[in-house]
Design a protein around this ligand. Structure first.
Ligand code: ZN
Length: 143
C-alpha cells in the first residue's frame, strides 16, 4: 500500500552551490548528506514540514543525474512514495503492467530500500517507491 509522498527529488549541478538557496527557501537546514555510489549520486535531504526534499548531484558522468542535467536545466526529477511493503508493491505494479527499472529493491539513501518505475509506463513521471529499512528487511537484503 502506498502511504504518502515521502520526498521530492530535485536534480542540481552542485549541492554545495545550491544548498544555501534551498535552505533559505524552506527555512530549514540540511539534516543529511549521503553518497549512493551504486546510483552515482550525492544526496542532501532537507525536512520541509512533513515532507522532505532530496537534492541530487551526479558523482560521475554516467550518473542518471548527469544524463538528466544534459537534457534540462535541472529541477524536479522524481517523486518518492513511501510504501508499507516494497516487495508486495513491486509485484502488484508489475502485475498491473508497469515497467520497473528495479525489479528487486535496492539500497537507497536515508536508510531506505528503494525501486524506481520506468517513466515510459507512468506518463513521463519518474516514480520512486521507498520503504524504511527495518531490522527485518536489513536481514532479507543479506539473503
Ligand atoms: Zn529519491
Amino acid at each position: 500500500m502506498i502511504k504518502k509522498i515521502e520526498h521530492l527529488g530535485i536534480a542540481v549541478k552542485s549541492i554545495a552551490e545550491s544548498l544555501p538557496m534551498f535552505e533559505a527557501l524552506f527555512s530549514s537546514s540540511c539534516y543529511k548528506e549521503e553518497i549512493v555510489e551504486s546510483e552515482g549520486v550525492r544526496t542532501a535531504f532537507i525536512q520541509v514540514g512533513e515532507s522532505k526534499i532530496e537534492l541530487l548531484e551526479a558523482t560521475n558522468e554516467n550518473s542518471p543525474i548527469a544524463k538528466f542535467l544534459s537534457k534540462s536545466r535541472g529541477g524536479f526529477h522524481h517523486v518518492a512514495f513511501e510504501v508499507d511493503d516494497l516487495d508486495a508493491e513491486l509485484d502488484r505494479l508489475a502485475g498491473e503492467g508497469f515497467q520497473l527499472i528495479h525489479t528487486t529493491p535496492k539500497n537507497g539513501a536515508d536508510n531506505k530500500r528503494i525501486a524506481f518505475l520506468h517513466p515510459r509506463s507512468t506518463a513521463g513521471l519518474l516514480v520512486e517507491l521507498c520503504q524504511e529499512k527495518s531490522d527485518e528487511s536489513a536481514i532479507s537484503d543479506v539473503k
